[in-house]
Design a protein around this ligand. Structure first.
Ligand code: CIZ
Length: 310
């Protein structure tokens, strides 16, 4: 019987280094990636930060380690670069909860509404939207829309509810989508961790259930949580978002205690990307992510409108 063995990581590292030079490639990884992928990356950040960085790196090829919509966003903002993904099946169930057909119908029923789409959406949905947002700037984006204009917020209802409460917008209607990973975090998980770590600050991503958000000492996107933990005087933090972020938080804050709220908050799609697959996609120059130009042009408008808001 043949026993398959994992290749030693130093061999993989050497192959990766050689391929990166040959392909003039940069590896950009999301905060939710496996530790081994984050450690091999040139840039680690949220989807917007990595899409912006993609413009700055001196590379012809970008390996985008995240989920599909992130690679699309990087391609839309950097159409001249080749964008590869380690695993073509790394999708986002939240993004799939709004299709372009369903959104087109909703727009026909509600023509006066401005459509705000969370970055967790397909390029085709972004192309039908007036403006995009991330969890870092969703409040500012919504505030940039005239108060009297109704807003259709797609696809994340938890983020939509949070933004409606923060901005006092009674005319914001959230699409009924949700992130299955963030919704696995329950109030009892937070309560149990609080008992174990009295005095720890609870940091919550706004994709979480409203009852979990209500327990937070700090609510923010991954980049905002990273900044908050670095700047806070507190010594311990209970992290209520996808667990991959804890690797970066521990590296950056060796003196602080970083507690994952629940092992259930692991995104199976984010974890599809492994170091082996990063090497393979560079070897094969595939899978490559492409966005049809007509879709990309309109999606870019929604993203650039967001970038103007900041
Ligand atoms: O914008 C991103 O990358 C996502 C999906 C979440 C976050 O808070 O960074």
């Amino acid at each position: 019987m043949t026993v398959l063995q994992r290749q030693p990581s130093h061999d993989l590292g050497r192959r990766l280094g050689r391929l990166k030079r040959q392909r003039r490639a940069a590896i950009l990884a999301h905060n939710y990636q496996l530790a081994e992928v984050q450690d091999a990356a040139d840039v680690v950040g949220d989807s917007l930060a990595i899409a912006r960085q993609a413009r700055r790196v001196e590379a012809e090829t970008i390996v985008l380690c995240g989920v599909h919509f992130m690679a699309e966003t990087a391609k839309i903002l950097n159409p001249e670069r080749t964008v590869l993904v380690p695993d073509a099946n790394a999708g986002c169930p939240l993004a799939d909860m709004v299709t372009s057909q369903a959104l087109a119908e909703a727009k026909r029923d509600w023509p006066e509404a401005a459509v705000v789409c969370y970055v967790n959406s397909s390029a085709a949905v972004k192309a039908l939207s007036d403006i995009c947002c991330t969890s870092s700037n969703a409040v500012r984006v919504v505030e940039s829309i005239p108060a009297e204009q109704p807003i259709l917020f797609v696809p994340d209802a938890s983020l939509g509810d949070y933004v409606a409460r923060r901005t006092g917008r009674g005319n914001l209607v959230p699409w009924p989508g949700y992130c299955p990973t963030h919704h696995r975090i329950l109030p009892e998980h937070v309560a149990a961790r609080r008992e174990e770590y009295p005095g720890a600050q609870v940091c919550v991503h706004p994709e979480c259930l409203p009852d979990v958000v209500a327990m937070a000492d700090f609510v923010g996107s991954t980049s905002q949580i990273i900044r908050h933990v670095a700047e806070s005087a507190a010594e311990a933090f209970i992290i209520c978002t996808e667990g991959g972020i804890c690797h970066r938080l521990r590296q950056a804050n060796p003196g602080k205690t970083i507690v994952e709220v629940s092992r259930l908050a692991t995104c199976p799609n984010m974890k599809r990307n492994t170091l082996e697959k990063v090497v393979w996609c560079l070897e094969e120059r595939a899978p490559e992510v492409r966005v049809p130009e007509a879709v990309a042009r309109r999606a870019r408008r929604a993203i650039e409108r967001m970038l103007e808001v900041g």
